[in-house]
Design a protein around this ligand. Structure first.
Ligand code: ADE
Length: 474
């Protein structure tokens, strides 16, 4: 093997990249779209604040994620690749493959659900990916449609190994293991397997459970276990309380039933001598050629699924400092809102002069929601889940001058209602995703799936301060 070139081994710094918009957000990290200044190549850079990691005692998870990504290497095409890692005084950086076509979740939501053909193809890619993880002794533990991305050719790229573990790695005593498990729920409520809820050890079969949930979701657009709270979802998981709609493909139903089995060892594939032969031989996959799946099916309406334009403005300087990080955070939140100028990081959402308002109203005419906001200027918009009753409703929330907080069904494009404004309206952020809007007669339970709850509260508070300035002085 030739010796590595200097360029390959040279330690990178944040000055080697121009950081663009935020493309992902977790509890402990932010993912930026970035461009290598030397090659113009795009990457997704996951940035972790050291202070935050240390304070929350997550160092072990970060070390493990890096180790697992390095173990995965580049020999399986179904995972994001870790190209470089580096750090500065405040942050850790993971330079990863940029998945141009976004998340599986977005595609499921956009198309409501997938065809059987499409579900079969992507389930097959997932099976091959899980087979590779199994061979490496890795359990992902947070497999869900948000963590399955698409590359430029519409093949899957599994990401986020922040909750993953390597089998046989933990050498602590059984007692210590049990104690740790009890206090370290990993994963996401809707996809978590019964053994993780029961404080038992997770194995590769935990990812097979998640696979069953994802196949169900691809075919119906909904998760199999739904509930108004995590507690209710967990109850349903433990009781295996879910149903198939009448129209559900019968072969797929048989496969999902064989994956959603309470006992991990009872799941199809879990005890295969040759993993995952029994899944591959299942009748749902009868026409799949496992040694070459061929090209992905044309499942999308190409015109609305073109990869997004890369939005890294030419005038940005390389590197990431505090000011730039917070600007990218707060200013590029709403894709419809033109980014604000660099010199005004503390500018309020309502700080607009008449000329700017008119300019933005003109631009807004091409916004599909313009017709529904009674001519008011949209200050912020985004998809949120509005909780009322059992099922959360997906809504486009539109904060406008007026002030108004409209919510629209993004599928039917019908204006469903408005959160009534008054001087008593008040926001309350619960975490990065959940936030409440309190009004005298009702509390609105809202969830931003992209984790921008704090930004929503800030924007609503700024609008309140604009219309009710006297309340600020008291
Ligand atoms: N969001 C989080 N990680 C990502 C990646 N690697 N590519 C695109 N979007 C992402």
């Amino acid at each position: 093997m030739p010796p590595p070139t200097e360029e390959l081994v040279r330690k990178r710094t944040s000055e080697d990249f121009v950081f663009g918009r935020v493309i992902g957000e977790g509890s402990f990290s932010t993912v930026y779209l970035a461009k290598d200044v030397h090659t113009n190549r795009e990457f997704a850079i996951k940035v972790l604040e050291k202070r935050h990691i240390i304070r929350e005692k997550k160092t072990e998870y970060v070390t493990r994620e890096k180790k697992i990504l390095l173990t995965l290497g580049s020999s399986c095409k179904y995972f994001v690749h870790l190209y470089f890692t580096f750090q500065d005084t405040d942050r850790l950086y993971f330079v990863l493959t940029y998945a141009k076509n976004g998340e599986l979740l977005q595609q499921i939501n956009k198309d409501t659900c997938f065809s059987v053909e499409c579900t079969k193809y992507y389930s097959a890619e997932l099976v091959l990916a899980l087979e590779y993880l199994n061979a490496k002794g890795i359990v992902h533990r947070d497999l869900k449609p948000e963590n399955v991305l698409f590359d430029e050719n519409w093949h899957i790229l599994i990401t986020d190994f922040g909750s993953a573990k390597m089998l046989g790695e933990d050498k602590s005593s059984d007692e210590e293991n049990q104690r740790r498990r009890k206090y370290s729920f990993v994963g996401t409520a809707q996809y978590v397997s019964p053994e993780i809820l029961n404080d038992a050890e997770s194995t590769c079969a935990s990812d097979l459970w998640a696979l069953g949930c994802i196949i169900y979701q691809m075919l119906t657009g909904q998760m199999p276990f739904r509930g108004a709270s995590e507690y209710l979802i967990f109850q349903k998981i433990l009781k295996l309380d879910y149903e198939f709609p009448q129209s559900f493909d019968k072969n797929a139903e048989d496969l999902v039933k064989k994956l959603l089995v309470i006992a991990p060892s009872g799941r199809l594939g879990a005890t295969d001598q040759v993993p995952y032969k029994s899944i591959q031989e299942h009748k749902f996959f009868r026409d799949i050629k496992w040694d070459n799946l061929g090209p992905p099916p044309k499942f999308f309406n190409k015109s609305d699924s073109e990869p997004e334009m890369v939005i890294i403005p030419d005038d940005l300087e390389p590197g990431l400092d505090e000011e730039k990080a917070s600007r990218l955070h707060f200013e590029m939140l709403s894709p419809q809102t033109p980014p604000r100028k660099k010199s005004e990081p503390n500018r309020k959402i309502t700080d607009l002069n008449q000329e700017e308002i008119e300019q933005r109203l003109e631009l807004q005419k091409s916004n599909v929601y313009h017709e529904l906001v009674e001519g008011n200027l949209i200050l912020k918009q985004g998809i949120i889940e509005k909780k009322k009753g059992i099922f959360p409703k997906r809504r486009m929330l539109l904060l406008t001058f007026g002030p108004h907080l409209y919510y629209v069904d993004p599928v039917t494009m019908i204006l469903k209602g408005e959160i009534p404004w008054s001087e008593d309206l008040r926001t309350e952020a619960k975490n990065f995703k959940k936030f409440f809007v309190h009004t005298p007669n009702r509390i609105y339970y809202l969830e931003d799936p992209d984790g921008y709850a704090l930004e929503w509260c800030k924007a609503i508070d700024e609008v309140k301060a604009h219309y009710y300035p006297s309340l600020q002085d008291s």
